[in-house]
Design a protein around this ligand. Sequence first.
Ligand code: PEP
Ligand code: MG
Length: 325
Amino acid sequence: LRQEAFAHCKEPAVTLDGHRVEVVANIGNVEGARIALEHGAEGVGLLRTEFLYLERSTLPDEEEQYQAYRAILEAFGQQPVVLRTLDIGGDKELAYMELPKEENPFLGVRGIRLCLAHPELFRPQIRAALRAGVGYNLKLMFPMIATLDEVRAAKRIVEECREELHRDGKPVAESIEIGIMVEVPSAAVMAEHFAREVDFFSIGTNDLTQYTLAADRANAQLADLISAFSPAVLILIGQVIQAAHRHGKWVGLCGELAGEPLGIPILLGLGLDEFSMNPSAIPLAKQIIRSLSLPQCQELAREVLKLESAQAVKERVRERLPFLV
Ligand code: PEP
Ligand code: MG
């Protein structure tokens, strides 16, 4: 599979029985757009915007952000680009902001919590994004959403920025899709409610796994414990996808699991619509999808959701699909 993969990486990912899914990239800067396209990305499922904010002494202004977003959108033409709003918190220093030190930064004022508390940080980013999206297929996504109030507050700010830009006489992207990352267990458990508020979900298994298993994702001692193949995580993923589909909303997944050869058949079987991964993983992921049938993956997903451990899940996938190694 690996050998043939790159040669076919620009072709779509369709299962043996004709089910097509989107395979898109996680990128973290303007250069990433080029690399993603070379590897066959059909768009961007996760644009991490932190690159504009870190390792510098002043806040990036609206214009600088506009230019960067515009360059990425131009590279992708009419393909979708999901821009995730700023996702930093107590563990990352911003030299130009006095953030109080926190005992537990991963459980602290991070992601959307920080942005809602600091409109001076959030609004220029939203304004830049709404301006850059004109004529392109931009979607906005909020990280670390835990409650419905947060998503409503964030959407309200988007609307206010839109009205402000109209008043300023600036062209604005109208009717862009707005989604959330599902990476906090409360959002996964309450997916039915969130599905009414948003256009799409993107499941962040890196954080969802960390928070579900209460295990720091950066702690090497916990590497065995913190697996996205844990049935607890897979059950949440399945519930999120079903809740979204009941409301006619699509679901992506942009954690590392989306690009894992053993994860792909499970996610296909659970009904995932969009797989977002590091560009280098795209060619093989597409080739794997082409080698599977949907009913076969659905049966596999039903089986693994009943297992007891991440280890058992991986073994079962290997057993059923030996060509995946
Ligand atoms: C995730 O949490 O799975 C994710 C994709 O976001 P990040 O890795 O940037 O936290
Ligand atoms: Mg995350």
